[in-house]
Design a protein around this ligand. Sequence first.
Ligand code: ADP
Ligand code: MG
Length: 384
Amino acid sequence: MSSMTICARFRPLSSKERRDHGDTVCIRCIDAETFLFKDEKDEEFTFSFDKVFYEKSEQAQVYEFLARPIVEDAVDAINGTIITYGQTGAGKTYSMEGPSILVCDEQKRGLLPRVVEGLFDCIKSSGGTMKHSIKLSMVEIYMEKVRYVEVEWLNLTQIHSLWGIKDLFDLSKDNIQIKESKSQGILLNGVTEISVSDPTEALQSLSSGIANRAVGETQMNMASSRSHCIYIFTVHQEVKRDDRLKTGKLILVDLAGSEKVEKTGAEGKVLEEAKTINKSLSVLGNVINALTCGSPGKANHIPFRDSKLTRILQDSLGGNSRTALLCCCSPSPSNALESLSTLRFGMRAKHIKMSPRVKFNEDKCAKKQGPASSPIKHESCEII
Ligand code: ADP
Ligand code: MG
């Protein structure tokens, strides 16, 4: 059993924050894992994470610590997940993509282009004893519609939010369904999978997906801060010697903004609508609570099915994955309340226990009648 890797990252102060509060920040670094945080009432809290990235930290450091071990494992058929969490403007997309996925300073490149390069580098260094192939999918979980149902006799309006999963490689597929397969876990039914054979091809595909996300946004008048973006790399590995097939899935998630909606000044129906947008993030919080607060020895209900987001992340949070969470925060006192809530979310997630394992694909695995003499690690031919 291992834990999730949880890191905090503070972006530099924005120019607005500097105008409002000068150079004042609400954190004081103690060391690379621990810092003091001062809230709005000057109360101090100490937080410790696996690593803290302060304002001057570089994108490469975040990749090396948080992502590289997960990328290397994905090539070895161990599932991995990397999630960015935090309020809008805290640096989730900057950490994930960098200023631009295709052209930007080497220094500023985000996790996504580094992950792509890392995957292909690992494959190259595996020395030809295995045949690898990488497929790429990209989806957005967005709030399709809010339906108001007037309940006259109670004199109230009930709100139903309908979430959809949109294929960012094919916008005509805007209602992708989630399925569960015994051999492959959670799947997105009919989602476009693009085979990519080198980093340039992968980055071009990702860039087209990102551009499609922006198109959807203007048409639907919806900001990306209100939807979750999910990048899925499926790495197939065929061991040439005995023809067995293993698959590692690497999922990157740029979550919707976690801010409390009251702060945005929304009122009435708009406020209620905004609350439902946050619902999938509160379900994520409930799932993390259920995973970490269960009574010992007692089966605990984990509400994965309560949102599409948690359903997709079921394998990642439920144990069969190496998972890392980057809690993105502003260092400004004006955002202290939201930062505190993000850091507390991260602290809770620290207690989730994971047990990542290799799974061989059912068909090829069955053909070979078990892995008895193979030298590959994590041998069990597990079919759940
Ligand atoms: P989010 O995706 O959480 O809403 P963004 O990633 O879009 O936030 O970041 C908001 C702004 O802050 C952007 O202009 C981005 O360039 C800047 N920013 C975020 N993190 C950093 C960082 N670590 N270094 C420099 N600028 C950053
Ligand atoms: Mg963003």
